[in-house]
Design a protein around this ligand. Structure first.
Ligand SMILES: Nc1nc2c(ncn2[C@@H]2O[C@H](COP(=O)(O)OP(=O)(O)OP(=O)(O)O)[C@@H](O)[C@H]2O)c(=O)[nH]1
Ligand SMILES: [Mg+2]
Length: 348
């Protein structure tokens, strides 16, 4: 059995800042490696452990997700609490529910994977970029299946046009020898996450970086028909000492509270908007609109402006309802606390 030191697990002194070292023992820290319905798998300094589910009343954000460091309640063998995260990826729960789901925590670098075929979609890249930037992680756009097309450069140009400075790497994911541009992110203690829709080659990239043989899908004519091969999130050690999180394909990434990430991803539009004559310019018919002038001059695509405005509306809609929900959860937490303390009677 391989054991890892906390440092090898990706721990850094930053995490100590949120710990009370008088009462909390770093020796009971473990990293969550899998989330199941009623239990967690984790790696502690003595090896793999299994933890019981967190208490039901915890808010979604307080529940462990993959990549989290938790303090273990050793008597109960369950997570006592999640240690403040360096980064956190979350998305809106698909469908009508106004809730969000955690995707992964403490990721340093996200490989946003798309392939050089019909899967490629600027709007989807922008969404992933916004989520990753909001979290404070570094996005890298990885374009796979370059070996199956003569147009890889054209896809790379389209990706760079929306990347806002993120690196764009064009690869054949099946060729481990051609992945040095990705390996630079994979050093000791680093955590990488693979994000993207189904069939784009996330697991293939992981296998090429780890030497592993996790299941990959069949070659398909059309990736957009996404049948999910990877069914759950996994975290796997990398050859150079880091960790890589593979995720099931995400086709629709609904954004929640990511307005800073969106602003950063569309900083070109924001800079133009700052030059509009009116500070509350809606970039429609107003005179002196620098955004419309840039579109007329061919410096900005009208589609990009439309996508930016769509994301802004979506975030506003989703965050309003989320904050209402947070208030309710807080109130609920207080109700539980006061019920518990009434039951226990006054402290002696
Ligand atoms: N030729 C070629 N095939 C690739 C490349 N990347 C992935 N594939 C193939 O594409 C198929 C799907 O790859 P996966 O790695 O399973 O895709 P995934 O993103 O993990 O898909 P899900 O697990 O469903 O989310 C497999 O047959 C891979 O061998 C590539 O760069 N070149
Ligand atoms: Mg997969």
């Amino acid at each position: 059995m391989t054991t890892y030191t906390l440092k090898q697990l990706g721990w850094s002194p930053v995490f100590l800042q949120s710990m009370d070292l008088e009462t909390e023992d770093p020796g009971t820290v473990a990293r969550i490696t899998a989330v199941h319905r009623n239990r967690y798998e984790a790696l502690g300094v003595d090896g793999p452990i299994e933890l019981r589910a967190a208490p039901d009343f915890l808010a979604e954000d307080d529940r462990p997700t993959i990549g989290d460091f938790v303090l273990v309640d050793v008597a109960q063998m369950r997570p006592a609490r999640v240690i403040a995260r360096k980064t956190l990826f979350a998305r809106k729960t698909p469908g009508k529910a106004r809730t969000h789901q955690l995707i992964a925590a403490n990721v340093d670098t996200a490989f946003i994977v798309s392939s050089c075929n019909d899967d490629f979609n600027e709007a989807r890249l922008e969404r992933f970029l916004a989520m990753v930037r909001e979290a404070g992680a570094t996005p890298v756009i990885v374009l796979t299946k370059a070996d199956l097309t003569d147009d890889a450069d054209a896809y790379a140009d389209r990706a760079r046009a929306v990347a806002g400075g993120a690196l764009v790497e064009v690869i054949n994911a099946k060729d481990p020898a051609g992945l040095d541009a990705l390996r630079v992110w994979c050093g000791p203690g680093q955590t990488i996450a693979l994000l993207g829709s189904s069939g784009v080659g996330k697991t293939t990239v992981m296998n090429s970086l780890t030497g592993g043989d996790a299941d990959t899908g069949e070659i398909r004519e059309d990736d957009s028909k996404g049948r999910h091969t990877t069914r759950s999130r996994t975290i796997t050690p990398l050859v150079d000492g880091g960790w890589i999180i593979d995720t099931p394909g995400i086709r629709e990434l609904g954004l929640t509270d990511t307005s800073d990430g969106v602003a950063e991803t569309f900083s070109d539009v924001a800079e133009l908007a700052a030059a509009c004559r009116f500070s509350d310019c809606a970039h429609g018919e107003e005179p002196g609109c620098a955004v419309q002038a840039a579109i007329a001059a061919g410096d900005l695509e009208s589609e990009r402006l439309a996508r930016f405005e769509k994301l802004q509306r979506e975030i506003q809609f989703n965050t309003e309802s989320l904050s209402e929900r947070r208030r309710r959860m807080k109130q609920w937490g207080k109700t539980i606390k006061s019920a518990v303390s009434k039951k226990r009677g006054p402290e002696t």
